[in-house]
Design a protein around this ligand. Structure first.
Ligand SMILES: Nc1ncnc2c1ncn2[C@@H]1O[C@H](COP(=O)(O)OP(=O)(O)O)[C@@H](O)[C@H]1O
Ligand SMILES: [Mg+2]
Length: 232
């Protein structure tokens, strides 16, 4: 689904150069659950940003199915991102003056083939909270709403950058289980970026990064359920 070849990213500010990605070669298959692990500063977010066109590469190519993303104009990339990619971040980024339902609706309005909002509410277990506002929900519930919002437009792949970074173990495992369910049920490709080693046990493919490089790529013969992974 995604093939990155020789991708490098150098940030320049004044005389200072930071090589955030160095010669990255990476393949993500359709329907995979991928976990990208690495310490802070290892280039995980930069990797996500260049795949999603939020940031340009310094060199190398990125292919998504039959589209070479690194050849697209900024405008084409924006349209591509809206149609095909979903995002979940550590911050829930919900609009505080909109209800749960309305926040999810924002996601579905973007898509050309959106998923039914009522089904999404059901799948995140928040049907009864549809008319509540974000401040009336726990952090875990808010993150589940942001998962539903990103899923609503029916993206082909969902990128999650430290999705459980603000949550305790119990709520983290609920959010992770939802990601696993949508991988199983809707066959969505899911990429989770984290520095929590335990989450790697859920993955098909585990990519370990350090200092802008890929240290190793491994495959789990068996994926664990979110409830069964080690934490911390
Ligand atoms: N916009 C930017 N400008 C300059 N340097 C950056 C920028 N974004 C990230 N970096 C640097 O690139 C490296 C990788 O950062 P990042 O991808 O955010 O790592 P991670 O997500 O693994 O914590 C770090 O050294 C960081 O300081
Ligand atoms: Mg990061």
């Amino acid at each position: 689904m995604i093939v990155m070849k020789n991708v490098s990213k150098i940030y320049r500010s004044g005389d200072i150069e930071t090589a955030a990605l160095k010669d990255i070669d990476l393949t993500i298959a359709e329907g995979e659950f991928v976990v990208i692990l690495g310490p802070s500063g290892s280039g995980k977010s930069t990797l996500l940003n260049v795949i999603s066109g939020l940031d340009s590469v310094t060199s190398g190519t990125i292919q998504f199915r039959d589209v070479r993303l690194t050849d697209l104009t900024e405008r084409e990339m924006t349209a591509f991102r809206r149609q095909h990619l979903g995002f979940i971040f550590q911050q829930y980024n919900l609009l505080q003056n909109l209800t749960v339902y309305e926040n999810i609706q924002i996601g579905s309005d973007i898509g050309t083939n959106p998923l039914p909002i009522d089904e999404l509410l059901e799948s995140i277990g928040l049907t009864n909270a549809r008319d509540k506002y974000p401040h009336q929900l726990s952090g875990g519930e808010q993150q589940r709403v942001s998962v539903a919002r990103s899923l609503a437009k029916n993206p082909d792949i969902i990128f999650c950058d430290e999705p459980t970074g603000s949550l305790d173990e119990e709520n983290s495992k609920k959010v992770l289980q939802m990601l696993q369910d949508l991988n199983d049920t809707f066959h969505k490709t899911v990429v989770v970026i984290t520095h929590n080693n335990g989450i790697a046990e859920m993955a098909d493919q585990v990519i370990r990064m350090n200092s802008g490089r890929i240290l190793s790529v491994t495959r789990n013969p068996v994926r664990k359920a979110a409830s069964a992974i080690h934490w911390g």
